[in-house]
Design a protein around this ligand. Structure first.
Ligand SMILES: Nc1ncnc2c1ncn2[C@@H]1O[C@H](COP(=O)(O)OP(=O)(O)OP(=O)(O)O)[C@@H](O)[C@H]1O
Ligand SMILES: [Mg+2]
Length: 341
């Protein structure tokens, strides 16, 4: 890890682990949403959630991001997560404001003293230029939000969302009533995005183009993990049906090649010991990082105590590197342990 990774002011990288769900179950009244569902999301994944209306996609998305708690099982969220959320209700826009005001009026995007500029991931940009990137014309900039079509509103929300520094992009049905051009734009935004993406969509072609892993919610608490997008899901499902009847045990998203899976080698004693102590190590590092971050959030520290500031900065960089390594080791060892018979 180099010093560039220590950027407290704009998009900071999250830890390698983004979310780890173990044996998660959730129901609303009589409706079973998830039964003993386990999955791990790591930095850089593009996760698609698919399934019929009302099956529980939004609920799973909320569990994955810590907005909802399961009835049983555990959810571990990664460190340093900075979320940008596109919610299904698109409720965040004020219909009376102009497009221009919708951007410059938001507290996070305002550039003080410059009514024609907006802050885009820490960089000031001209508001019309930025709107054009999202396929709006100069004339539209002054039009009210209420004059926009559903697809155009979604596009404006995306413009706001992508301006925010973030490392976890959460998109709940962003593709509903988007035109082809906006779908292409969204696909590009997602592939250029330097972080993790969770997306709910019914657009199969779109999912084929963006997803690296798919969770198919099939009703009755059943959710199955497939590598790849929609077509991969269909193909793998056919395969499963042809063979044994698919069980509700989710498969590892990135399963090792068949041979490695069957390899009889478990963990060595040293590795087993390391795996056992890693959760403690990770918790300690996380606590230290939280403390240092808090210390460094004091804007006067640098002028008041430059030596302390420097020491804290160095310590933070060092702890973040150690944490990344510990998480990496934990993931590797967990994979190895679960691949063993
Ligand atoms: N807070 C809640 N309290 C009670 N029931 C809920 C709650 N949230 C969701 N539900 C119910 O759980 C089920 C799953 O809802 P969820 O919104 O997760 O589904 P979804 O797959 O996202 O649906 P859609 O495709 O319509 O967006 C629905 O029957 C919904 O009514
Ligand atoms: Mg939903």
């Amino acid at each position: 890890m180099n010093h560039d990774d220590l950027n407290l002011w704009s998009g900071q990288k999250s830890g390698r682990l983004v979310a780890d769900l173990a044996d998660v179950s959730k129901r609303y009244g009589y409706k079973l949403i998830l039964r003993n569902f386990s999955m791990r999301l790591v930095r850089g994944d593009r996760l698609a959630l698919v399934g019929p209306n009302g099956v529980g996609k939004t609920t799973l998305l909320r569990i994955l991001t810590g907005a909802e708690t399961p009835d049983s099982g555990t959810v571990k969220l990664g460190t340093g997560l900075d979320m940008a959320v596109f919610d299904q209700n698109r409720s965040a826009l004020d219909p009376e404001l102009s497009l221009w005001e919708s951007l410059t009026g938001s507290a996070e995007m305002r550039v003080s003293g410059r009514a024609d500029q907006v802050m885009v991931r820490g960089q000031p940009r001209h508001v019309v230029g930025y709107l054009k990137e999202f396929l709006f014309s100069e004339a539209q900039a002054r039009a009210p939000v209420k004059s926009l079509s559903g697809g155009e509103r979604a596009r404006l929300l995306l413009a706001r969302l992508m301006a925010q520094p973030s490392n976890l992009l959460v998109l709940d049905e962003p593709t509903n009533d988007l035109d082809i051009e906006t779908l292409d734009l969204l696909q590009e935004l997602i592939s250029d995005y330097d972080g993790t993406v969770i997306v709910v969509s019914h657009d199969r072609d779109f999912l084929d183009r963006v997803a690296t892993v798919t969770v198919a919610m099939e009703g009755g608490g059943q959710a199955v993990i497939y590598a790849g997008g929609w077509s991969d899901y269909q193909a793998q499902r056919r395969e499963n049906r042809a063979g044994e009847r698919a069980t509700d045990k989710p498969k590892p998203a990135k399963s090792a090649p068949k041979q490695a899976e069957k390899a009889p080698d478990g963990l060595t004693f040293t590795e087993a010991h390391r795996l056992k102590e890693l959760p403690g190590v990770i918790a300690r590092l996380e606590a230290e990082i939280a403390k240092l971050t808090e210390l460094l959030s004091d804007p006067d520290l640098f002028t008041r105590e430059p030596v302390k500031f420097r020491k804290a900065t160095d310590a933070l960089v060092e702890r973040q590197a150690a944490l990344a390594q510990a998480e990496e080791d934990w993931l590797t060892l967990e994979d190895k342990a679960s691949a063993a018979p």
